[in-house]
Structures are given as C-alpha cells and as structure tokens.
Design a protein. Structure first.
Length: 292
C-alpha cells in the first residue's frame, strides 16, 4: 500500500516527508496510457504534488503543480487536496524518446525549458500563485529550487519512477527534507552525508522497502518522530454536476449552437477520462436554467 510519512527531527532542525506512490502512479499510467518517459515525468510530478498538498489546512483548499515546458510532453498538470488525493494529465502522453547514455529515461529533454507553477487555492479569495524557471527539467531539482526561491526554505527533494518492461510502474516515490530555522551546521553536514550515500528512491523501493524503511535509511543517526502517516491515491472529483456547470459557463449562444448542430454533448474529464453525455433535453434544460 502507498504511504507518505510526515516526520519531524526531535530538536526541530528539519522536517521530512517520505513517500511510496507506486500504486498511485500505476493508476495514472493505466488511465492515461502513458509512455515510459511520460510516466516518469507525470509520476514525479504527482508524487511532488501529493507531498506538497499535505501542508494544506482544510478540505476546501487545493494545490496544483504545473510543469510548462517547451519539450514534446507539453504541459503537465497535477492537483491535490490535503489528504494526498491527486489527479493529473499531460498534453502528450505518448511521447517516446531515446534513452540517455546511462540508459535512463530522458525526462529533461521530454519536458524542455519552461516554468514550474504552484497554485494554492483556498476557495475564499484569489489563489496564491508562485512560479520559477525550470532549472534542470528533472522536476525534483526544480521543486527544490521553488522551495528555496519562493518560500526561502532550503530543501532536498528526490523523486523517482521506475518503469517495468511491460510499461507498468515497478517503483515510484520520493522524499522532501526541509531545514527549519536554527538548524546547526553539524546537523546539516550529517544530513548531507546521509543523502549523498543513500541509494536512489527506486532502488530502495525495488528491494521491497516501504516508506518507514526508507526513512530509517535516510535519517540514519537522527532522533526523529513520525507525526502522521497518509495513504495517497489517484482520485478525481469530477461529476455530472461539474460538467453541467462547465457547459453553462460556455454561454447561451454556444449552448444554443450545440443543441442546434449536434443535438447532444459529450464531455471527457481530462483527469480520469470519464465521459459524460448530455441529451438534447438535458441541454435545453441547462439552457433554461442559465437564464438566471
């Protein structure tokens, strides 16, 4: 089962999140029929979003992590709530690129140059929007750069997705470590040494390690406490009612045009690929209700 652990170092020097999101990313691959490099990019972004969303304060809030690059993948959009329920889509899910010289998926070339955008919506006022230029387009380093430049929080971010020979996800997960005010140099150096010698996220997960075992390796020698354990999942909140509002938002003229020319409407959710069909009578009813 997927898990994300929220952790605090007991002296208050840093906090951490450690995640196994293998099942979550597998679900995204099935829904969107992702190519290996698209799966790696989407999986890393979904994992980052699931972790970052755990700082949301209530069910009315949401957080979106968007990668807008000029590479063949196009835009990657992920959205999460405060419970690590995430969903996402990618412009071009079937992109296929040659492997890099080290036999790794070339995520950076697939993403290209561009921007990382974080949108936090509270439902009560204008959303907070933070944006930075992509630094490496490998996503983890770009998230760390965002934390430093937009939140002034020094962070270590690792994200990984291992695609199996049948294009399923063999392992996916990551971790985020964020220094808190007052962290001394000795702790920072010890943490850096741990990170430097640690195996990759996908290597650890492929060996059968779970989030707790990964945490023990990552924070070896530290006194820490697991504050909370979350179960992330790929979950869409679409509904026919939401699609009705989308149709009404098109305006009366566009609705009248659809009724006259097509006699029905079919909308597909970007995030989960569910289709919603509206008959002519339903469209007429929506047209009437839009008069107010």
């Amino acid at each position: 089962m997927d898990n994300i652990l929220r952790i605090i170092e007991k002296s208050g020097a840093f906090r951490a999140f450690v995640a196994d999101t293998t099942q979550l990313v597998n679900e995204a691959v099935k829904i969107h029929n992702l190519s290996p490099v698209a799966a790696a990019a989407m999986g890393r972004t979904l994992t980052a979003a699931a972790i970052m969303g755990l700082d949301l304060k209530s069910d009315s809030e949401s957080l979106s992590v968007q990668i807008n690059g000029d590479g063949p993948l196009g835009t990657i959009v992920t959205v999460t709530d405060c419970h690590a329920n995430v969903r996402g889509y990618i412009d071009n899910p079937f992109v296929d690129l040659p492997l890099k010289s080290n036999k790794k998926l070339d995520v950076a070339s697939a993403v290209g140059k561009g921007q990382l955008t974080i949108i936090r919506s509270t439902g009560l006022k204008e959303p907070y929007v933070g944006q930075v230029d992509l630094q490496t387009s490998e996503i983890a380093e770009d998230i760390a750069y965002y934390f430093m430049n937009s939140q002034q929080t020094p962070s270590v971010v690792a994200l990984g997705v291992l695609v199996d020979v049948d294009y399923s996800i063999k392992a996916a997960g990551g971790y985020v470590i964020q220094l808190l005010p007052g962290a001394d140099d000795e702790i920072i150096q010890k943490l850096e040494a741990n990170v430097y010698t640690l195996e990759s996220v996908t290597d650890m997960l492929s060996k059968g390690m779970d989030a707790e075992q990964m945490t023990r390796e990552l924070l070896l020698g530290f006194d820490y406490e697991v504050l909370m354990k979350y179960t992330p999942g790929y979950k869409c909140n679409c509904s026919k009612e939401r699609m009705e509002r989308a149709l009404i938002s098109l305006g009366r003229k566009e609705l009248e045009k659809i009724i006259e020319e097509d006699g029905k409407a079919e909308l597909c959710c970007h995030f989960c690929k569910n289709n919603f069909t509206f008959s002519k009578d339903e469209l007429i009813s929506l047209l009437e209700s839009s008069k107010g």
